[in-house]
Each structure stands twice: as structure tokens, then as C-alpha cells.
Ligand binder design. Sequence first.
Ligand code: PLP
Length: 392
Amino acid sequence: MMPMADRMTRIKSAASFATLARAKAMEAEGRRIVHLEVGQPDFDTPPHIVEAGAKALRDGHTRYTPAPGWMPLREAVAEHVGTRLGIAVAPDEVVVTPGGKPIIFYAVMATVGHGDEAIVPDPAFPVYSSVVGFAGGKVVPLPLREAQGFDVDLDALAEVITPRTRLLVLCSPSNPTGGVLARETVRGIAELLQEHPRVMVLADEIYSRILYEGEHHTIAAEPGMRERTILLDGFSKTYAMTGWRLGWGVMPRAFVEAFTRQQINVASCANAAAQVAGVAALTGPQDDVERMVETFRVRRDRLVAGLNDLPGVSCTLPAGAFYAFPNITGTGQSEASLAETLLMEAGIALLPGTGFGPGGAGYLRLSFAASMDDLEFALAGMAKHLGADTAS
Ligand code: PLP
């Protein structure tokens, strides 16, 4: 076989996409499968956004836009982020990308060199570690513990910062735990980083509007942090636009320049018509977002209650995002074998916690961005498999 560059051994796939492909193949054979593996809203994009995108194509938005983004969208993002987070954001501090993911890639490439360290929560969205490895950097895990509500432990963080640390990744609300960083935690992290001026922060806030309890606190608003934070957000989750591929980053201007050069080499720009639709999403009515979040909340409550009724399973209530992260250690089964059996025998596609790092051992991740009918099917299938008293 044709040999590939060594670095290809260091970039990983993601459990969610791998399981989705398997589940789709089983579906093609005629089996009923409920998809709780991939994190995407089951809703369609709100009609006024779809219409803005379709009109944009008819109006001739069919060419390249400037690499860092179409200016009206950069302006709309600056206004939206500034108002929501209470920080000053200028349009030239915004980079628009095809989905939020490129912000992770560009941020790591811009900060982590060979042998440099990046502190990544464990468990976390797997792309952070994969890209750090690809860049030749070293992943330094920051354990998140259920007993602490999956919040960052400041002492644990202080312990893992070294002179080689160049990047700290934060994700709140978190995929996969649904945990939200407390205000004191965000403040404490900012204070700690004052002693480590060479550490940049990637703050992944893509779920910040999908929040059920408490408030969202961004580290970008803490004293001295705006100049050291790359804030990631986007349209995929909030506006049910995963297939449009549209996201953004807010960052200091020197990083805008570094990200723009990367984007010129990789994608040229985000999709032109999608960027026009993005303006409609941010500046138009927000009722659809509120309606979706309220629907997620009802599903969350049902799913978490149902999981807690299963023998050997306990699940904390996620404060944000749309994932339940039940602890299954009491079942006596490993997360990998339980996930596999539930897919093969009960048609339930979900993910083992270890898809998000070693810290996910003993957990499963289930997306509740799925219909209530699918959630009930999954709960019934799990109850049967785990031998629950189904009369309850
Ligand atoms: N960050 C987190 C924590 C996510 O869960 C996801 C999507 O699953 C992304 C970023 C990337 O989203 P996008 O589809 O906009 O690239």
C-alpha cells in the first residue's frame, strides 16, 4: 500500500461519525435504529433562514467572499457577541469559517508547536486532542469529575500548567458532560493565567445558548483575557444548521491574520450564501431558538429521569448542551461493550464515554436532540437489556 506521512497516525476519527456510519448501514438493511450518537438538532433550519440562503443564491451570492468572512456577517457577529457577552467586539476581530470546527484547527496550528503542551479537559470533544497530536503537540489532560459537576478544578489546573503550555481548551456548556463552568471557576482560571502569560485560551462556546440552568460566563469578559482568548461559536447547534457549515471565532487581530492565512490555504472562505443566511439568523426573530431549547429541556428531563430509573445507572442533570452522560459503572458492564450491545441488539446508537477521552470510562453519551418517540424507544430498549422492572 502507498505509504502515508507519519502525521496521519496522529489525526483521529471521531466515535460519533464512525458510529453514525455503522448505524446508517444497519438502517439500510431495514432495522429500526434510534440515533442518539451524533450531536445535531433533529429540527429543520428555521424557514426565514432557509429563505435568506435560497434568495442569496438567486441574488448572485455565488462567488468567493473575503477569506475572513463577508463583512455584513462579521459585523452582525461582532454586534451579537458583543451585546450577549458584554464585551467590545469589532468586526475585524471576527473570522467566519465553514462550521465551528476550523476554529479549533486554526487555533491549535497557530499556538501549539512541536513538543508544546495543550491542556485539554478529559472528557472532551475529541477533535481538540486529535488536532493537538496532528500538530506535533502534547495533550495534557485536565480531569473533569462528576462529583464536582464536571467543573474545572482550579488546583488540578494549576498543577498541569508548565513552561511549555501554550493552549488551554475550555468548553462550556460541555460536550459530552453538559457541565457549565461556574462564575468563580471562570474567574479563578483567568486569575491563574495571569501568572502564565504565554498561555492562550480556546473557549468553545458553541452550546452557550443551549442552557437550562444558571448562566453562561465567558472567560473573554475577565480582566486581561480578551487579548488571550479565541472564542469559538457558530450556527450549527443554535440554529439547527449543521449541514450549512458556518461558524465563527472572535479573537485578537494578530490571530485574525493568522487564521485568515490558514483559511486561504484550506477553504478560501465559508460558503457565500450560507453567510448571507447567517446574517438573517443573527438579526431575525429568535423565537425558533427559544422553542428548540424549551423542547430540548422537556426531553432532557424525561431522558435523565428514565436513565436514573435503570438498574446500575445514575445520571446528573446536564445544565447545558443536549447530551446526557450517565454513569453506568453500577451495571457491571464496560461502556464499550454496553454501547456495542445496545446498538446490535436494541437498535440504539449511542457513544461510549471513552470516545471523549480516558476520563469517559464508565459513562455513555446520549444526545437528546432526538424525538421523544426515539428517546422512549431507547429507554425501553435499555430497560429490557439491563433487566429493569418494566412495570415501573
Ligand atoms: N465544538 C463542540 C464542543 C462541538 O460539539 C461541535 C460539534 O459537534 C463543534 C465544536 C463543531 O461544530 P460545527 O458543526 O459548527 O463545526
